[in-house]
Ligand binder design. Structure first.
Ligand code: CA
Length: 223
């Protein structure tokens, strides 16, 4: 799951990046509004965390430009705690959520997970798809209604979460690789096959179907 973090406070962004990566996001960082706007226009992010006070171009202007261009990526804005008018302006500009500084990282992660799950079934507050229940905090999965907990490595977790958010869709190797690795990592689609096969071994061969020349489809009984 690729996330764009836009923040010019170097200490805050270094800390956040680490926490976000541990939570299973592939994080790209922009420290000014001009780069942020360009990256948001050219890369397929699943989420954006956007500071408003930025050098180069204000965060609100960046958000307005994205929305005007039809980019609907979920955006959480970071605002100064007392600046209620910034929140109002942020929502008007197309923000999906906001968080006042200073904040607890746990709240940021919970809000981001909620944004990702919008429109996706999640009884018990957990992401559910294809008879599986994903625990995003523990990074484990279990068959629905079972007590059996299956542990996942970081990459397995990122890949499975992306599949569970997009069941029944044909997902190409390159698209999947982009979603589970960050900018800096090598996008090697052969490595992706290794992880797909590990998930199949852990969760059942039929769960992820191969479409020759197209990619993969997640879900039970997909031909
Ligand atoms: Ca700032």
């Amino acid at each position: 799951m690729r996330l764009l973090l836009v923040e010019d406070d170097v200490r805050l962004s270094a800390h956040l990046r680490l926490e976000l990566e541990q939570a299973g996001f592939a994080v790209d960082l922009a420290d000014n509004g001009v780069d942020a706007q360009f990256m948001g226009e050219s890369e397929p992010y699943a989420l954006v965390v956007l500071d408003l006070g930025l050098p180069g171009r204000p965060g609100l202007e960046v958000l307005r430009q994205w929305r005007a261009a039809g980019n609907a990526v979920p955006v959480l804005i970071l605002t100064a705690r007392d600046a209620w008018h910034e929140k109002v302006d942020g929502f008007k500009a197309g923000a999906d959520d906001y968080l006042g500084k200073p904040f607890h990282t746990a709240e940021l992660l919970a809000r981001l997970q909620a944004l990702l799950r919008r429109g996706v079934a999640r009884p018990h507050g957990r992401l559910q798809a294809a008879g599986l229940e994903l625990d995003e905090e523990q990074q484990t999965v279990r068959p629905s209604g079972s007590d059996e907990t299956i542990t996942l490595t970081g990459t397995e977790f990122r890949l499975l979460r992306y599949f569970m958010l997009h069941p029944g869709r044909v997902l190409s190797k390159s698209h999947l690789a982009e979603q589970i690795y960050d900018f800096a990592a090598e996008h090697d689609s052969n490595v992706l096959e290794v992880y797909i096969n590990r998930l199949r071994r852990k969760l059942g061969r039929d769960l992820i179907a191969t479409r020759r020349g197209q990619g993969y489809v997640f879900g039970p009984g997909t031909p």
